[in-house]
Write a protein that binds this ligand. Structure first.
Ligand code: ZN
Ligand code: ZN
Length: 274
């Protein structure tokens, strides 16, 4: 694949989420769960031009994904896309001038095909995305997958996330840390359920089916600050694909041939994946 799509993760985790997918003819913002001020300063830190953003896609209605949306939209003229379930779940979302999409739609945005798929979470109608730039033949020129806040990977998610060059996949918690950690029982059960969050082990198991020779970067998303550590997530994901630590703290790993790297997104430090 040729790098035609770039992913800039501005924030990832239960305190706020936002990412910019930079396509050939504009950029798409996924979720807006941080303040406009943080969004702009983090974009600036990465050198991301927010003037290029033409569309906003929402994964679901939890506040860590939409809390900054109203203010952002006061200064935004592009399209907002979300499922009817997501838009109907919060009064201020129903008031946005948004376009309703279905969880199996295929959209054309910013020179990319955006394939929507259902995720599994305790909300109305949550979704994930595959961004693709078409090649001349059957194979895509580039593909980026984005899937977070899902207790399990749906069949459609497993189909759409295969063979992405950049794969952003939830790796929320270490199952043992969650089980023995400080959260109350109901919350532990919610997180571990099929409508909660994907564990490191679940993400690692999925990688064995999702990765192809085209995959260059896997980034673990929405890490719990209470029930996970970057080094534990990277180690677990790495084991599944035969990657080895790239630094002493095990926050990045690479396969011995250098083709595939594993890293994690963070709540506070934005990262760009090219
Ligand atoms: Zn979330
Ligand atoms: Zn959520």
């Amino acid at each position: 694949m040729t790098p035609r799509i770039h992913l800039h993760i501005l924030a990832s985790g239960s305190k706020g989420n936002a990412a910019v997918v930079e396509g050939p003819c504009g950029s798409v913002l996924i979720d807006c769960g941080i303040s406009r001020r943080s969004l702009l300063s983090r974009a600036d830190e990465l050198g991301v031009d927010m003037e290029r953003v033409q569309a906003v896609l929402l994964t679901h209605e939890h506040s860590d994904h939409v809390s900054g949306l109203s203010v952002f939209c006061n200064h935004f003229n592009g399209g907002i896309f979300a499922t009817a379930g997501t838009l109907g779940a919060r009064k201020y979302l129903t008031e946005l001038p948004a376009t309703v999409i279905d969880h199996s739609d295929c959209l054309e945005l910013c020179g990319m095909q955006v394939k929507v798929f259902p995720t599994s979470h305790d909300v109305a109608d949550p979704i994930g995305f595959r961004f693709e730039v078409e090649g001349s033949g059957h194979a895509p020129d580039d593909a980026v997958g984005y899937c977070t806040d899902t207790g399990m990977l749906t069949d459609q998610a497993m189909t759409e996330l295969v063979g992405c060059r950049i794969l952003a996949l939830e790796s929320n918690h270490d199952e043992n840390m969650l089980a023995t950690g400080p959260y109350p029982g109901y919350l532990k059960r919610r997180i571990a359920s099929n409508k909660g969050h994907l564990s490191n082990d679940q993400a690692a198991a999925a990688l064995q089916e999702l990765l192809t020779d085209d995959t260059e970067v896997v980034v673990g998303m929405h890490l719990s600050q209470e029930n996970n550590r970057p080094s534990i997530a990277v180690r677990t994901l790495s084991k599944a694909v035969g990657a080895e630590a790239a630094d002493s703290t095990f926050t990045e790993a690479r396969t011995p041939d250098g083709h595939l790297s594993i890293c994690v997104a963070s709540q506070d430090a934005p990262i760009s994946l090219f």
